[in-house]
Design a protein around this ligand. Sequence first.
Ligand code: BES
Ligand code: ZN
Length: 452
Amino acid sequence: MNQKEYIEKNKDRFLDELVEWLKIPSVSADSKHKEDVKKAAEFARQSLLKAGVDNAEICETAGHPIVYGEKLIDSSLPTVLVYGHYDVQPPDPLDLWNSPPFEPMIKDGKIYARGSSDDKGQVYMHVKALETMVNTNTLTCNIKFMIEGEEEVGSDNLGIFVSENKEKLKADVILISDTSIINNETPSITAGLRGLSYMEVEVVGPNRDLHSGVYGGAVNNPLNVLCEMIAKLKDEDGKITIPGFYDKVQELTKEERELMAKQPFDIHDYKSDLGVEDVFGEKGYSTIERTGIRPTLDVNGIWGGYIGEGAKTVLPSKASAKISMRLVPNQDTDEIADLFSNHFKSLAPKSVKVKVTKHHGGQPVVTDIYSSAFLAASEAFKEAWGKEPIPTREGGSIPIVALFREKLGLDSVLLGFGLDSDALHSPNEHYGLFNFYKGIETISLFYKYFKG
Ligand code: BES
Ligand code: ZN
């Protein structure tokens, strides 16, 4: 039996197994799911063992565990380190889901569940690719798996694990499926991800909440101030106004931008998919460029004052916001956090105090599109999809990719099979069954072409 026949013959079981994994609510951000996260890790370990690794272990960390497994067949063959994550984003707001997030539902050729595309569904393709290769006698590389449970909360403990286990993690390349393709007719390989600086700000005014009639007009309202300060962070052209913010941004050449513009993209479809009349972004750049090669700044959450039912006439004593900045080469996450912090504080009037803290972040990455691993991935796509994949730059972040390069000296191949429309981090997240099976096929072929 060849690989394709094996996948076809076992496809229903592959999906049933994934469904079981998706039922476990491994929400890393929420401590009440700590045991579920553990359960999902154990499920991953068992799955690896069943797929044919020689050994698989749970590696405890200060946070959620890392699952490590390996199948070493011949030390003279190249070694591939597969990275992915089994943790998922919180499913809220629950009332917007058409079916419960942890009761996977198959509808119209897609599997609906939190984590279906990001990232359990994509990790499981690697587990089933291993099983396929083992059972068809086509495994031509050593494989190591490192599947973590803290990607969605910044991978802090994975950084430590990597630094402490350099020998164990020795490999020739890292293979990751946690990104998207352009669409199912246009395969692509992600060649760049944005970095991230995630900030929290607090504006404090009077020492207590005040009656908005008694004091309104005489005391600066922290919520008003916060909104004014945030409004000053971008101008009407969508440019970020923080001094020095763009200083290190790598500009693309005219030729590189022309190549990007050739990527299939329909602005009408884009707008109608999102239900917006118009798009918005930095003047002078296309939508693909705005998410791929340009940095941004966005409020992710804002709160303060009264938000309960009805009306309460109150001047809040404080107001807060969470603000993310997506970064591009060669911006540095710590440097940008400092620039933000200094600038934001400088915007504050004397009537309030401002506190700025940095949450997790990560460096931007571009991968080498001429490396032997990238070319092997291209060959795998050509054979499985009958089309040459296009290299793309994506807007999301996988902070650990830059760290792999720094700590292990290893490049990653971002061989993801999701779609931007998979509703990652949103209600009704889903993953196409076509993408799941085609992914298993493509990944299995990668090993055939990868010669180290
Ligand atoms: N899988 C995503 C990243 C992604 C999504 C890359 C789509 C490319 C296309 C990943 O799980 C994720 O969401 N990462 C976080 C990182 C953060 C929590 C440090 C992100 O981008 O917000
Ligand atoms: Zn992910």
